[in-house]
Design a protein around this ligand. Structure first.
Ligand code: 1QQ
Length: 385
């Protein structure tokens, strides 16, 4: 709350017609550059995660990863970041309200989140209209960066993850044909389904079964029975974890023992914890692995585990990376204002991060190497394709 008062006092209220100037805060424009940059006011960073509800499996890790990184960064001195955290409860209306609050009331310089693409398609549009930069860290659906020039993400799109994981799975398992199942209600899983069918087609893998369900479904036996009759070499699944857990359990119960291949949403310890033995052989494409030899990864895992008493996952790693990207952008111009962050975030190139060496292109899309993993003996292990 103190930050809000400071911000209001620091606002340039000269009645400028130009929105950029009207929202610029003098105390957020610093002196010096890079590691020597000092900024008087704390830089307000809005955060919208799904801390409760269906996507909390990711949201909690995201909160922890982001808070850890900003605590470490604040310790460096010169620039201080102040987080304003909102829970969207995995509900679209809550996500929209949280964005509105952060934009209008808290006057944050940038927003990190939301957790789901399902919400990002609306909330990023609002941020774009308001001229507030946003950094998605788990929004992987196709088309997110196209929303506008204030929209960035560090979460590799599902199409990149799948373009790597499906051929890797085919090579490792000798797949010739597969069945596909997807949640046709959620934006991300629907978008991933389209990508899956495209990649399968390109790779010459035949689709012998194709079934759908909805986000809140818990009963999948009728679709799985049909798929068992199709006798595929593997099941390719586009679902959020809440549906994936019962779906995989029911598949195994029905004797559908084929390998199951998925994307980003599967790269979570929730899968292994809930599925136990049924998780064996799951193949997941994604952005991060604890086995990655990326800059700072070992230190990140150690520091996270010491702080939270559990190991990080991909969602924590992407959140951790977001803080470092924001800090790099702020220090590049030594300016914590919205416009400066937008400009400098857009120029990030070859940044060393725990996800690997990462760049953003002119569209705000992220580029780094995806990873493919398989669950073996209850652990994610890198799969060499
Ligand atoms: C998206 C996703 C989800 C799996 C994040 C939790 O990738 O909604 O785009």
């Amino acid at each position: 709350m103190a930050a809000v008062a400071v911000l209001a006092a620091g606002c340039v209220e000269d009645g400028a017609a130009d929105d950029e100037e009207a929202t610029a805060v003098e105390g957020l424009a610093g002196e010096g550059s890079g590691e020597e940059c000092t900024i008087e006011e704390p830089v307000p960073v809005g955060v919208v995660f799904s801390l409760t509800g269906g996507a909390a499996f990711a949201g909690e890790y995201q909160r922890e990863g982001l808070e850890l990184a900003f605590e470490e960064i604040n310790g460096k001195g010169g620039v201080e970041y102040e987080l304003v955290l909102e829970d969207d409860a995995t509900e679209l209306e809550d996500s929209i309200a949280a964005f509105e609050k952060l934009i209008e009331r808290d006057e944050v310089s940038i927003i990190v989140g939301p957790t789901l693409s399902d919400m990002a398609f609306s909330t990023f549009e609002d941020a774009q209209q308001a001229g507030v930069p946003v950094l998605g860290i788990s929004t992987t659906a196709k088309g997110i960066p196209d929303i506008g020039d204030y929209v960035f993400r560090n979460s590799i799109p599902e199409e990149v993850a799948l373009a790597q994981s499906l051929p890797a799975a085919r090579d490792a398992l000798g797949l010739e044909n597969v069945a596909v199942m997807h949640d046709n209600e959620d934006e991300f899983t629907s978008s991933a389904y389209t990508t899956m069918t495209e990649v399968l087609d390109e790779e010459g893998i035949e689709i012998v079964g194709d079934e759908t369900f909805q986000t809140a479904d818990t009963e999948f036996r009728s679709q799985l029975t049909k798929i068992r009759e199709d006798d595929p070499d593997a099941l390719v699944l586009s679902a959020l974890p809440a549906a994936t857990v019962p779906l995989v359990q029911q598949a195994r119960e029905l004797g559908l023992d084929v390998p199951i291949v998925g994307g980003n949403a599967f790269n979570s310890p929730v899968m292994i914890d809930n599925l136990e033995d049924a998780a064996e052989g799951l193949i997941v494409g994604g952005a991060w692995s604890d086995a990655l030899d990326s800059p700072g990864n070992a230190e990140f895992i150690e520091s996270y585990t010491d702080t939270y008493d559990r190991a990080p996952d991909q969602f924590a790693a992407q959140a951790y990376t977001a803080a470092h990207m924001i800090d790099a952008a702020v220090r590049a111009g030594c300016d914590g204002n919205r416009e400066a962050i937008k400009t400098n975030l857009g120029q990030l190139s070859e940044l060393d991060t725990v996800l690997g060496t990462l760049s953003l292109d002119e569209n705000g899309e992220v580029h780094h190497e995806p990873v493919v993993q398989i669950v073996e003996d209850g652990e994610f292990t890198l799969l060499d394709g």
